[in-house]
Design a protein around this ligand. Structure first.
Ligand SMILES: Nc1ncnc2c1ncn2[C@@H]1O[C@H](COP(=O)(O)OP(=O)(O)OC[C@H]2O[C@@H]([n+]3cccc(C(=O)O)c3)[C@H](O)[C@@H]2O)[C@@H](O)[C@H]1O
Ligand SMILES: Nc1ncnc2c1ncn2[C@@H]1O[C@H](COP(=O)(O)OP(=O)(O)OP(=O)(O)O)[C@@H](O)[C@H]1O
Ligand SMILES: [Mg+2]
Length: 247
C-alpha cells in the first residue's frame, strides 16, 4: 500500500503543477472513500488542501465521522450546511410540477437525492473558484465501473485519484493512512436517504464487484447485474454526446 499511496501523492502534486492551480479540495462525508482522498490530498499539499463538510439532514453518526476524518488527517476544513438550500430548491421545483399534475412520485426520492449530490458539486466548484483549487473526486474502481454515482453530482469532478483501486484496496489504503477504525469498517452508504446502503441499492456486494474486476468467477446473477449496471451507465463515463454535421 505504501507504494500506491506514494504514487498517488506524486500524481496529485503533478496535477497541481501541470494545471497551475494552488491546491486541492474534497467533500468529506464521514465515509471511507472521502476519508482516504482527504488524507491523500493533505499529504500532497499540506498547506493548500481543503476538506469540505456539507451536511444535509445527515445522521449524527455521519457528522461525527466527518469531524473525525478532519481531525485525524489534520486537513484545513470548512462546513457548508445545505439543508435549507436543498429544501427551498426542491420544494419550489416540486410545487411547479405538482400544479401541472406532472409530479412523478416514483422518482421523487431519486430526484431529491441527486439534487443533494449536485448541490454538493456546486458548492465544491464555488470554493474551487475562490481558492483556485481543483475538485478531487472519490470514486473507486467498483463505483466507476458500475456507474454508482450521480452524473455531474459526485461524478462532477476534475481528477479521480483512487479510480483504479477496488473498494477492498481503498480499505487497505485507509488502514495504512490511519483513517479511524470505525470509518474503515462501516457499511458504505451514499447517505442520500435514511438507512440507504450501497450494497442494498446495487443488489450486489463490493466484494463481488471487486472479484469481478479482478477477473475472478462470481455467481451468474451478480455478473448479470454488474454488466447491466455498467452498460446502462456508459453515458456517465463519457462527456455529453455531440451532434456533428460539419465534420
Ligand atoms: N443513455 C443515456 N445517454 C445520456 N444520458 C442519459 C442516458 N440515460 C440517462 N441519462 C441521463 O442521466 C440521468 C441519470 O443519471 P443520474 O442523474 O446519475 O441518476 P441515476 O443513475 O438514476 O441515480 C444515481 C445513482 O447513484 C447513486 N449515488 C449517487 C450519489 C452518490 C452515491 C454514493 O455512493 O455516494 C451514489 C444513487 O443512490 C443512485 O442510485 C438521467 O436523468 C438522464 O439525464
Ligand atoms: N455530507 C457530505 N459532506 C461532504 N461531502 C459529501 C457528503 N456526502 C457525500 N459527499 C461527497 O460525495 C462523495 C460520494 O459519496 P460516497 O458515499 O460514494 O463516498 P464516501 O462516503 O466517502 O465513502 P463510502 O462509499 O464508503 O460511503 C463523498 O466521497 C464526498 O466527497
Ligand atoms: Mg458515503
Amino acid at each position: 500500500m505504501e507504494q500506491n499511496v506514494e504514487a498517488i501523492v506524486q500524481w496529485l502534486r503533478y496535477q497541481i503543477n501541470e494545471t497551475g492551480v494552488k491546491g486541492l479540495l474534497v467533500g468529506v462525508s464521514g465515509g471511507l472513500d472521502s476519508a482516504v482522498v482527504a488524507a491523500l490530498i493533505q499529504r500532497a499539499a499540506p498547506d493548500n488542501s481543503l476538506g469540505v463538510l456539507m451536511p444535509l439532514k445527515s445522521s449524527q453518526e455521519s457528522i461525527e465521522h466527518g469531524k473525525k476524518v478532519i481531525d485525524s488527517c489534520g486537513i484545513n476544513h470548512l462546513t457548508v450546511d445545505l439543508a435549507e438550500t436543498h429544501n427551498v430548491l426542491y420544494s419550489s421545483i416540486k410545487e411547479q410540477v405538482q400544479e401541472r399534475n406532472e409530479f412523478n412520485k416514483k422518482n421523487d426520492q431519486l430526484a431529491d437525492a441527486n439534487l443533494r449530490a449536485r448541490l454538493r458539486m456546486s458548492t465544491l466548484y464555488t470554493l474551487a473558484t475562490n481558492y483556485n483549487y481543483l475538485v478531487v473526486g472519490t470514486d473507486n474502481a467498483s463505483e466507476w465501473y458500475t456507474g454508482y454515482f450521480t452524473k455531474y453530482g459526485d461524478g462532477g469532478v476534475d481528477i479521480l485519484p483512487i479510480v483504479e483501486f477496488t473498494k477492498q484496496e481503498v480499505r487497505e489504503m485507509a488502514s495504512y493512512l490511519e483513517v479511524p477504525e470505525e470509518i474503515v469498517h462501516k457499511q458504505p452508504s451514499a447517505d442520500l436517504w435514511e438507512g440507504q446502503t450501497d450494497e442494498d441499492e446495487m443488489g450486489t456486494s463490493y466484494d463481488t464487484i471487486d472479484a469481478y474486476l479482478r477477473g475472478e468467477e462470481i455467481p451468474e446473477q451478480d455478473k448479470k447485474r454488474i454488466e447491466q449496471m455498467h452498460i446502462r451507465t456508459e453515458h456517465k463515463r463519457r462527456g455529453a454526446k455531440q451532434f456533428h454535421l460539419k465534420k
